[in-house]
Design a protein around this ligand. Sequence first.
Ligand code: PMP
Length: 440
Amino acid sequence: MIGANDPHEGLLSRHEAVLPEWLALYYERPIELTHGEGRHVWDAEGNRYLDFFGGILTTMTAHALPEVTKAIAEQAARIVHSSTLYLNRPMIELAERVVALSGIPDARVFFTTSGTEANDTALLLATAHRRSNQVLAMRNSYHGRSFSTVGITGNSAWSPTSLSPLQTLYVHGGVRTRGPFAALPDQQFIEACVADLRDVLAQNRGGVAALIAEPVQGVGGFTSGPDGLFAAFREVLAAEGILWISDEVQTGWGRTGDHFWGWQAHDAAGPPDMLTFAKGIGNGMSIGGVVARAEVMNCLDVNSISTFGGSPVTMAAGLANLGYLLERDLQGNARRVGGLLIERLRAATAGLDLVREVRGRGLMIGVELVAPGTDEPCPPAASLALEAARRAGLLVGKGGGPGGSVLRIAPPLSLTVQEAEEGAALLAGALHEARAELAG
Ligand code: PMP
């Protein structure tokens, strides 16, 4: 039913008529999602999909989780009015939980409405605290789409301008299996990255405010340096008073399975000076935030409020969602089911020359694709696999770096063993199909 009278095509042309061209849509025939339940979503044409990407987008625990829906409805029916000018019970309750979970001593939290805004706030605090606009960031990183966060995004595919209010210095360490240090064993890899960091600092005039880094790079293709990297970085940073900001927008709340926060994989370093979070904590409601040591958080000496940050409805959603996550130990589920999913995917794609690597932690799994017979990224293969998976009833993410050919898997954290097995089989089938299409 493709054509001018097709309601789906009609919606697509209306989208194109009023929205920016760079608001990219997935799929040759983009999907309009209408509803979800558990780990499944449905589109307007009645197709049902197993959702292996919703966890990265918004849905941390499960689609249409009754506990969260009820909390939202009840709070919305009571009051949605102002978050910051009056005492706000749901915000205080969520703040208490986040502060206690953060691992940062004497912590304070400020709620925002997105990850971008959370990172913006962290940068505002770091630059004000250190009186410097110089920031260290990782190559291949992604931190958001505002003017300042674009300026610390090392992944050029996601960095639409080279202008920036910040002076950013990029360092190595976020990508383990590509780049100049890829062949080194872990310890030597870390030493090489530390030498690179020292070198960057030595060549720089003036005090750097902070290092901002994702413990596992998300948009960058679910890739990370070895455990302990940030402990080694921190030694160098601390000697100069440089703050460490851990961007936990993708890695927070137990997604990586072994740890509640990504920074904990670098435990010897202790907590960062600040961490930022967002995405799934509201299970679809817009919550972001910064946790910082009080000394850093309180360095601003003028009032600063956010109209919608900390709104009672989103806070109620966050409280219900976090409670569900902790009570059901979804971090443990991410570790167990994620481990199994990685194993299954490795087994099902062994020998497939399209797949360079299946890697991951918990339910944050990347499948890096290459042009067969080479070590070169192959974005068309990712697009073919994405389409084939969709035909099979599975949604995954694509376009992660390096080179834009990593499929990204981040299902809701309540994924069951059976769904993991089913999804692994569907994805492996899609990859074999993509390989055949490439050959044809
Ligand atoms: N930091 C990281 C690590 C992210 O992955 C993202 C979103 N992909 C952001 C920040 C920005 O978050 P938001 O889209 O909520 O602004």
